[in-house]
Write a protein that binds this ligand. Structure first.
Ligand code: SF4
Length: 425
């Protein structure tokens, strides 16, 4: 069987999406390709975002493969599954373009995982995968959809949902090898802010999932349970990237945990890296090691400057706001860029927020103005308000968000459009 694995050419105009718009490695497609090939089939990744392909050009490339399955992701890579664009405009447009290619059309991604039947219907797909797709896709090639768990699919006029969201066994995922010409096109260094950037950038994951349950976090249906990749596989992948000219790696791990062995291994390599983490999990000595290992960028979710606010958001943060500030400042001594992210929890006094921001900013730490919360379907925040996500969940959350927030953060479109308009319904 032949699989075409497609990352669409993303366009976020009119969207409330606040993630980075540059191309990143679609790791979910990379692992899927490896496991499909291991099962004796063939797979090719078409990264329309990286290559700047239009839907028509993407179709041409897909058609040349004569695939049995075409797989399209509904968010731009695992890095953004927890904060995807709510609208399915881009993948929907691509599925329409691919309609006359005689292959089974499959969608993977956060929308497919949280609201599978709505995603199936909106996209006009034949199958959607719920959860992490790497081990599900090779099973589709077995021929009997009724035996495959973690999918939603059309069976005549009926839509059938089988099993719950899949969580992959990370020990089964090999060290990824990306084609040389693909790596060489990657000039972007994700979340790195300095003037002397050189070499290619790449994304890697050392672990997946998170043991916490913050109310605003949409990870329940994918990348949920904390799992570590075997260190030899992670280092093998990193060494392969360095050999291809990569000088900067962004670890997409939900929370990059303090890990002495990994940090010491990175120290021995000529590579810089960035992470997202919870600063409350680090001790000063480990932060020192983090800087020595080559970390040049930290994004730490603080969310609220009050203990009551963090409690309200389910952060389960065991230290005080002053201790958080101390750890951020300690990190800043060895790491070039440190960011503390704040959300608008509606629990904090704006004057206290501004005073805290000023304190940290004067210490060289970037702190954003609190960003309004998008109640992602699949998050506790959504369920608190409206119960379990139904087929109208993304529309409901989007409508609420637009109604509640008159102004948007400096990293969002100032005039976002309603979801129905974006999706062209
Ligand atoms: S710490 Fe909270 S926001 Fe971060 S990944 Fe875990 S649950 Fe999500």
């Amino acid at each position: 069987m032949i699989f075409a694995l497609v990352n669409p050419g993303w366009d976020f105009s009119g969207s409330i999406y606040f993630g980075c718009r540059e191309p990143h490695f679609p790791l979910e497609l990379g692992y899927s390709k490896a496991l499909i090939e291991r099962a004796g089939h063939s797979a090719r990744i078409i990264d329309a975002h990286l290559e700047g392909l239009s839907p028509e050009e993407t179709k041409k490339r897909v058609g040349e493969l004569r695939p049995d399955f075409v797989v399209v992701t509904t968010a731009p890579g695992y890095l953004f599954w927890r904060c995807p664009q709510p609208e399915l405009r881009v993948p929907k447009r691509l599925f329409a373009e691919l309609a006359d290619i005689p292959a089974i059309k499959v969608a993977v991604g956060p929308h497919a995982s949280v609201t599978p039947s709505a995603a199936l219907t909106k996209l006009g797909a034949d199958v959607v995968v719920m959860g992490e797709p790497e081990t599900v896709l090779p099973e589709l090639a077995g021929g009997s959809l009724d035996k495959v768990k973690s999918i939603c699919y059309r069976s005549g006029p009926v839509i059938r949902t089988q099993g719950g969201p899949r969580a992959s066994d990370l020990t089964a995922l090999p060290a990824l090898r990306w084609p040389r010409e693909y790596v060489r096109r990657r000039a972007h260094h994700h979340h790195r802010f300095c003037s002397n950037v050189s070499g290619c950038g790449a994304e890697v994951e050392a672990s997946r999932g998170c043991p916490y349950s913050c109310t605003f976090c949409a990870k329940r249906e994918f990348r949920n349970n904390y799992r570590k990749r075997p260190l030899p596989a992670v280092l093998d992948e990193i060494d392969g990237l360095i050999a291809e000219g990569v000088e900067y790696i962004y670890f997409i791990d939900e929370i990059f945990m303090p890990d002495r062995k990994l940090l010491e291994s990175l120290s021995a390599r000529r590579v810089k890296f960035g992470i997202q983490t919870r600063i409350d999990l680090w001790k000063p000595q480990m932060l020192e090691l983090l800087g020595e290992a080559g970390c040049v960028s930290i994004e730490a979710g603080i969310e609220s400057v009050s203990e009551a606010g963090r409690k309200h958001l389910g952060k389960k943060c065991a230290i005080t706001t002053d201790e958080l500030a101390f750890l951020l400042m300690t990190a800043k001594r060895g790491v070039n860029f440190v960011q503390a992210t704040l959300l608008d929890s509606s629990m904090d006094d704006p004057e206290v927020v501004e005073a805290w921001r000023s304190l940290l900013i004067s210490a060289g730490i970037w702190v954003n103005s609190p960003v309004p919360l998008f109640p992602y379907p699949g998050s506790e925040e959504y369920s608190r308000r409206w119960g379990e996500p139904d087929s109208n969940a993304w529309e409901r959350a989007h409508e609420h968000y637009l109604a509640e927030n008159g102004s948007f953060s400096d990293i969002q479109e100032s005039a976002p459009l309603p979801l129905a308009e974006l999706e062209g319904a």
